[in-house]
Ligand binder design. Structure first.
Ligand SMILES: *Cc1c(COP(=O)(O)O)cnc(C)c1O
Length: 419
């Protein structure tokens, strides 16, 4: 079990919100939320897809825009009283297009998966062939899983990574694209730790006559901060989440050129969604504003620097690091040399207060672990913390000593919501 015992969660746990009303009205749920705030503040969040949003983003999420119905788009709504909702969405769109250099942004997708669904709806018909990274190599559920709409409604062909280097084999992608002539090629992954060569993907798509859909859900925050290459100039459509490194509310986003703007907008509403969540749209606007600040670019570069230090430390501890390192916030490590598989390593780390996911490895069937540095960096940790954390991860996975006490100290020294 994760370490959660020393002090009991209460409304006094540092969270930037007033739990007073909730405590009075619904102590049962107030207790759950306080427990979660306590968990986040006293354990380390190494889940590569997570981060800590700012108090300003939380304030927008908890605002009365949560009450507002706003089907449609600014200036063309199916509901009355949308003046402020329109203003929020226009600001979010303006900030998103400026931040990523896109001609058009749709900020309504409820999630990353909803954004991908809408991108497919805009460009494809059921039965079309799509080339995407295979799930065993790090493709997302929406990249052709039989358990997902994508695998049911489209013919997915999977590309892999080189089993030795762990890197995308662009010659294989090209060969598959020319052999299968897909309607679209999807770049992007849930666990690829290296930069993606967007120009190469564009070249392949031009040669094969395919749309390029860049699913940049993971690195979108790095892209905002100039710490990863931007797919916008190359892809027909860019799909993203707003809640990973980008540090906004849980949600999705689509970027495209003016030529596809209307198709994308109609694919979101009314084709795949109803009313937008306007409090989330406002919170996305806040996050885009934060991500445009020079301090966010510094943050994004720090996230990558921290991941490199952590990866080097883990390698020194004996982990096999997929691709030998990272260009991003994300590390994939095989704990086998330390005597554990991915699920065992995850359980041992959870026991010491370190929270992360298992993940596919590019070779064999065993699972590894996936770690990220976005949340730790938001908390203000530095290179020395990363180096120390690698040692703690090593000893916890080997089952030596008690890393838990020191992990807890590290977490408490860097509260996600100080004060
Ligand atoms: C996270 C992610 C998604 C889906 O995001 P959700 O908000 O969980 O639906 C889609 N594609 C990729 C590559 C992702 O990493």
């Amino acid at each position: 079990m994760p370490v959660t015992s020393a002090s009991s969660p209460s409304a006094a746990t540092a969270v930037p919100q007033d739990f007073g009303a909730l405590l009075r009205e619904d102590p049962e749920i107030a207790g759950v939320l306080a427990g979660e705030a306590h968990r986040q503040a006293h354990t380390l969040q190494l889940t590569a897809a997570e981060n800590f949003v700012s108090p300003a983003v939380l304030a927008a999420l908890g605002s009365p825009l949560a009450n507002k119905y706003a089907e449609g788009y600014p200036g063309a709504r199916h509901h009355g009283g949308c003046e402020q909702a329109d203003a929020a969405e226009r600001i979010a769109v303006r900030r998103a297009t400026a931040l990523f250099g896109a001609e058009h942004a749709n900020v309504q997708p409820h999630s990353g998966s909803s954004a991908v669904l809408a991108a497919y709806a805009a460009l494809l018909r059921p039965g079309d062939t799509v080339l995407a990274m295979g799930l065993p190599y790090g493709g997302h559920l929406t990249h052709g899983s039989p358990a997902n709409f994508s695998g049911r409604w489209f013919e997915f062909i999977g590309y892999g990574v080189d089993p030795e280097s762990g890197l995308i084999d662009y010659d294989q992608v090209r060969a598959l694209a020319l052999a299968h002539r897909p309607k679209a090629v999807v770049s992007g992954s849930i666990s690829y730790p290296r930069h993606i060569d967007h120009a190469r993907f564009r070249e392949i798509c031009d040669e094969a006559g395919a749309f390029l859909i860049a699913d940049a859900a993971h690195p979108m925050g790095l892209i905002a901060g100039g710490a990863a290459p931007n797919p916008v100039p190359y892809a027909d459509v860019v799909c993203a989440t707003t809640h990973k490194v980008l540090r906004g509310p849980r949600g999705g986003m689509l970027l495209c050129g003016a030529d596809l703007a209307e198709r994308i907008d109609r694919a979101v509403f009314p084709f795949t969604q109803g009313g937008a969540q306007m409090h989330t749209v406002a919170a996305k606007a806040v996050a885009f504003g934060e991500a445009a600040a020079p301090s966010f670019a510094a943050y994004a570069h720090r996230v990558v620097a921290h991941a490199r230090v952590l990866a080097a430390g883990l390698e020194a501890e004996g982990f096999e690091i997929v691709t030998g390192g990272t260009d991003t916030h994300l590390i994939v490590a095989d704990p086998a040399p330390l005597g554990a598989d991915g699920p065992e390593a995850r359980a041992r780390l959870a026991g010491a207060g370190m929270v992360l996911d298992t993940c596919a490895l590019p070779y064999g069937n065993a699972r590894g672990i996936r770690l990220g540095t976005a949340a730790l960096t938001t908390q203000g940790m530095d290179d020395a913390d990363m180096a120390r954390l690698a040692v703690l991860i090593g000893s916890a996975v080997r089952g030596e000593g008690d890393a838990g006490a020191e992990v807890r100290e590290m977490a408490e020294a860097h509260p996600p919501y100080p004060g």
